[in-house]
Design a protein. Sequence first.
Length: 321
Amino acid sequence: MTDPRARLPLTVFAIPFGLSGLAGAWTVATPVLGVPPVVGAVLWAIAAGAWVVLLVAYLRRAAPVASTVMRDLRDPMRGPFGALVPVVAILLGGALAQWWMPGAVVLVTVGVVVIGILSAWSLAAVLTGAVDARIFHPGYFLYTLAGGLIGAIGLAEVGAHEVALIAFGVGVFFWIVLSAVVIARLSALPALPAGVLPTLAIFSVPPSVAGLAWFGIAGEHLDIVHQVLLGLMLLLLASQAVLVPRYARLPFGIGTWSFTFTAAAPASYGMHWLGLAQPAGWAVWSWLILAAVTVWIGGIAVRSLIRGRRLVEPATAAAAP
């Protein structure tokens, strides 16, 4: 029987991350498809509740807190998922901006500062050889890359467009750098362990997140930046489609949540694109995209609730000293 006081792995924060992605997709659907804004609001509340509950549960089980958190962050496999705590805070803050701007500014600011500190710490670890190239995986995108691009989204939502542009530049720079590193690692060294294989899905997300950030910075219109990002997104999604048979062989667990935000972000960007370009049948395609991502993430959420604590048993055991 699982010890109810057993430490939670940092990978559990992929849950509110994925739920935030679903909430974001329904928020995009409000202006694009005329969906009542209450749907997105309810989903954001669920994502916020999951974030708070898991953060409290993690901290309660991390005894002593400081040493346990640092030990978890240094875990070469699951440590990068600690970046999701401030990243989700930024997403929640950006969503909160439409209802309560002071609270939104606080959440986004704290999230940006924390992810900035974690990104600097992670970068220093990579530069000093503290990260073994054999276990370097796309989860490391969650520091500088996701922090920069999602930070840009949150900063734009609270009106800090100049700072958002800086964050966007940081995210794009490390997207280029880390993509080269990951491709070199995957092509030259043995395949990733099965436990972190789902992180390959993260490789396809940067174009859509960058596109959403650029909408917040440059405004609601399609330009050459969006044309480039759309092409990159479609190519990377096509490469993910080829990997589906390998993903399908993986057991269901906390790692499955790596496939949630990675589906929601392209869905949000795709609907945003279709709503502005309005090609033939755009509304039908938008509804199909929204339905597919909702069924996908909803199904993972329901199955996770059914499994309960068993969802994190393999990860918890592996993370234990």
